[in-house]
Design a binder for this molecule. Structure first.
Ligand SMILES: [Zn+2]
Length: 212
C-alpha cells in the first residue's frame, strides 16, 4: 500500500513515538527500565497504526472528492463554428449565477469564450433545477402539442440526472463532514499524546543521568 500523506503534527508525533520506543526498548534490555513500560510502547505503536489508518482514509476521501470535481463533461462547442474539435480549455470563471464554468479558445475561429454550463456537479444541480423551473413556466403557455411533448421529455431527463446526482453529492458531503469530525478528534489525541510522551521522555532522560 502506498504511504499516505501525513500532516505536520502527525509526522512529528510518529517521529517522537519511534524515538521513544527505541529508547524505552534499549533501557528495558539493559534493565534500567521496568518491563511494565512495554505497555506504553505498545500504546505508542497502536497510535501510530491509528494515525496511518486515518491518513489512508483521509486521502481516499479527498481523492474521491477531487474525482467528483472533474466528473462533469460540459460538452462545450465553439459558438461560432459550432465544433468542438479545435477547442482548448483556457481556464475557469464564475458566471452571473456564481457557477464555475470553463473558458475555451477555438483555434479555428481564434476566439475565446465562456461555456455557460457548470463544470462541476454541485453547480450542475443548481443549473438543472433552474432550467427545469424555466421549462415548467414555458410549459404553462406553450400551445404546440409537439413542443409540449418535447419540453416534458427534457424535464423528465433532467429530473433523472438530478435524482442520480443528488445522492452522490450527499454521500460525499457526509463523508467530508465525518472526516472533519475525525480530524478534530485526532488533532486532540495527537496533542495529548505528544505532551504525555514529552514528559515520559524527560523521565527517561533522568534515568540516564550520569552519576557524579
Ligand atoms: Zn470555432
Amino acid at each position: 500500500m502506498k504511504q499516505p500523506e501525513l500532516k505536520a503534527n502527525e509526522r512529528e508525533l510518529i517521529k517522537l513515538i519511534r524515538f521513544f520506543s527505541k529508547r524505552a526498548k534499549s533501557l528495558i534490555e539493559t534493565g534500567q527500565l521496568d518491563p511494565e513500560h512495554e505497555k506504553l510502547t505498545a500504546a505508542c505503536q497502536n497510535l501510530e497504526q491509528q494515525l496511518y489508518t486515518h491518513a489512508h482514509n483521509r486521502s481516499a476521501i479527498l481523492e474521491k472528492r477531487a474525482h467528483l470535481e472533474r466528473v462533469v463533461e460540459d460538452n462545450a462547442q465553439c459558438p461560432q463554428c459550432k465544433h468542438a474539435d479545435m477547442l482548448k480549455r483556457t481556464g475557469t470563471t464564475s458566471n452571473e449565477h456564481g457557477w464555475r464554468c470553463n473558458t475555451y479558445k477555438c483555434r479555428r475561429c481564434n476566439i475565446t469564450f465562456t461555456w455557460n454550463r457548470p463544470n462541476n456537479p454541485w453547480h450542475l444541480v443548481e443549473f438543472l433545477e433552474l432550467y427545469i423551473k424555466e421549462l415548467d413556466t414555458a410549459l404553462q403557455t406553450e400551445q404546440s402539442e409537439q413542443m409540449r411533448q418535447h419540453i416534458i421529455t427534457s424535464v423528465a431527463q433532467m429530473q433523472d440526472s438530478l435524482s442520480r446526482l443528488r445522492p452522490v453529492l450527499q454521500d460525499s458531503e457526509d463523508e467530508v463532514t465525518a472526516l472533519e469530525e475525525k480530524e478534530k478528534e485526532m488533532t486532540r489525541l495527537i496533542h495529548q499524546f505528544k505532551n504525555y510522551l514529552l514528559i515520559e521522555k524527560i523521565k527517561l532522560d533522568t534515568l540516564e543521568e550520569p552519576e557524579v
